[in-house]
Write a protein that binds this ligand. Sequence first.
Ligand code: ADP
Length: 290
Amino acid sequence: MTGNVFDPNYGNPAIPESAANPGDEIVQPANAAPLTDVVELRGIEQVYGQGDKAQVVFRNFSLSIPDIPDRGQFCTIMGPSGCGKSTILRYISGLQNPTAGEILFKGKPRDPQKSVPMVFQQYSSFEWKSVLHNVTLPLELQGVGRREAEDQAMEMLKVVGLEAHAGKFAKYPNLSGGQLQRVAIARSLVVHPSILLMDEPFGALDVKTRREMQDFLRTIFEAQEDMTVILVTHSESEAVFLSDKVTVLNANPAMIVADIPIHLPAVRDDAARIAPEFEHYVAQVRKALS
Ligand code: ADP
């Protein structure tokens, strides 16, 4: 474990009183069994190359994201370029295996039946398919019939505000950059994943759209019953606005330098961005990164 949200000393104790939101606190009964982690990386080694040229990205690296039942949490990983952030997401998604070490889901090895979807910075939609059929795809891969898949996909397009665009080809400029990322998010959420991975999903968007997408993503996250999001971003303010916890890494090999819980209200809007504690958290994250 890298930290425990129930430990009163977890993270930085110097959070202003006003930053705490009692309604958001997670209280564990004294006799409750310890929580498992929704995902745990244990004893990870990643070495590229050999001899003098070997690059050690991870050496005995461990990272755990506690399962918060019926709630999930929004976790962000930050750190310098090349420290291994995307590699961590690739391990969790199953796209890459480490040189050594284990990736456990609720204490168990990966269930091959369960995919862990990832939203990338590059628009990853299938341009030759409609918006609707981009979203039906993962359901059809799971064996859901086309009619049922279309119904479920349409419901998800309503959630992301794209129902009016269902019949369009999923490509720019038919859809804007923000809309294309909504397609990717809808395609990920339609299978009701317990973990959603996001690798700099808003890095290619303009400032205004990026902010709108942050609002949208936090709202979507709050509406899910029990989903953990693991985001990689370089934006300190994006990390603070979206997250319940920000984990900061350093590099060569990667180590966790800070695990910063963000005690902003669960429901976030522009008021959260101008709250004094928001800047406090941004400064805390920036310091950990420097
Ligand atoms: P980050 O997401 O933090 O920028 P990555 O996880 O993409 O970093 O990569 C971590 C390190 O691993 C980088 O230094 C990168 O150059 C190296 N790396 C990743 N994939 C390969 C590969 N296939 N061969 C050699 N080095 C790689």
